[in-house]
Design a protein around this ligand. Structure first.
Ligand code: ADP
Ligand code: MG
Length: 358
């Protein structure tokens, strides 16, 4: 097992003739601690698979280096990296039995047959494949085949890390939930580094201790689910995480405090007044209340989610979403709202602005 480190890694795929290269990965310097459970979260096209393939050695980055502990592996092929990788779609040998599929990575490395059998039995049990070990893989459904792929990723004990690239895409929703908790459990048992790629925040937040949020070819924040919720460093993290996401509203500054549409607000912390760039405030729907004084709004929509209602309001040209408890009344006349100062953040060119006195 190893600590995996990216140093100034960038990657551009070969561009079409006559065009300049576009970086699919802009610049990533990142440490994956040995034994961590990581999720790599971001929308489609942000560079997640590219990053994963650089770890496993399927891709050599255009720039930068990768280290496993102190060893530079940048030029090493996949076969010399001891990485298991599970892809989005099942990769199985249709003509082989389920048992032989699971045994393949072990036999390939010369493991004695008695040990192979023991290990395959264990893994099959975890994945509810025990009854099917003798069957041909071709007879299984897409779910079943993907479980074999997962099993092949999990069966080796000598790996530096296991990489999962949106592995539950083809799995039905109920089983998805089961398998995800199983992976988490497994991580706790075997303690090997796992990096789980997904574009689904619920999947990321339930699986990982550390979530690495990617946006447009770069890592914008690494943190625990709570950190990402409470202190988004970038506006993208604010609105990608949370449901609904953070409200991002235009603002200006008056003596270090934000002004939104002529309303002077308090952010709980003063910032430098000479910031230049696009200024915005970020406030989560959870931290907005109806109040006697405050910002006058017009109510546009109320969605009842049981314990909560999502209320969409408008102030001038800005739309704002708020979460209101089921027991709280929604004013029918002259509604006004206010923002909790302790949970209001200021962003300049999409990056959070820290306190001037920090
Ligand atoms: P994700 O896994 O987050 O959806 P990818 O890493 O697959 O993102 O892709 C990142 C960017 O690189 C995208 O713009 C994609 O179109 C581009 N890309 C991915 N693979 C290739 C390739 N083999 N050749 C050229 N461009 C690619
Ligand atoms: Mg991908």
């Amino acid at each position: 097992m190893s600590r995996i480190e990216f140093r100034d890694v960038r990657h551009a795929y070969p561009p079409p003739p006559g065009q300049a290269p576009v970086y699919a990965l802009k610049e990533v310097s990142q440490v994956w601690e040995d034994g961590g459970a990581y999720a790599l979260l971001g929308p489609s096209g942000c560079g997640k698979t590219t990053l994963l393939n650089i770890i496993s050695g399927l891709l050599t980055p255009s720039e930068g280096s990768i280290r496993f502990d102190e060893r530079d592996v940048t030029g090493l092929p996949t076969s010399e990296r001891q990485i298991a990788q599970v892809f989005q779609f099942p990769v199985v040998y249709d003509t082989m039995s389920v048992f032989d599929n699971l045994a393949f990575p072990l036999r390939n490395r010369g493991m004695p047959e008695s040990r192979v059998s023991q290990r395959v039995t264990e893994i099959a049990e975890m994945l509810d494949l025990s009854e099917r070990l003798g069957q041909r893989a071709s007879g299984l459904t897409a779910d079943g085949k993907q479980k074999i792929s997962l099993g092949r990723g999990l069966v080796r004990e000598d790996v530096n890390a296991i990489l999962f690239d949106e592995p539950l895409t083809v799995i039905d929703p109920h089983l998805k939930w089961q398998l995800r908790s199983k992976l988490k459990e497994l991580h706790q048992q075997i303690g090997v580094t796992m990096i789980y790629v997904t574009h689904d925040q619920v999947e990321a937040l339930t699986f990982a201790d550390k979530v690495v949020v990617m946006h447009d070819g770069g890592v914008v924040q690494v943190g625990s689910p709570v950190e990402l919720f409470n202190r988004p460093r970038h506006t993208f993290v604010g609105y990608f995480i949370g449901s609904p996401g953070m409200n991002i509203l235009p603002c200006s500054l008056d003596r270090g405090q934000p002004v939104f549409a002529n309303n002077l607000l308090s952010s709980g912390y003063p910032v430098d007044t000479d910031l230049s760039g696009k200024l915005e405030i970020g406030i989560r729907p959870e931290f907005i209340r109806f109040s006697d004084d405050g910002i006058a709004v017009e109510i546009q929509k109320v969605e009842d989610l049981g314990r909560y209602q999502v209320v969409t309001v408008r102030h001038e040209s800005s739309q704002i979403k708020m979460l209101v408890g089921e027991d709280q009344a929604i004013p029918s006349e002259d509604p006004k709202i206010s923002f909790d100062p302790d949970n209001l953040r200021i962003y300049c060119d999409d990056w959070v602005v820290e306190s001037a006195h920090a």
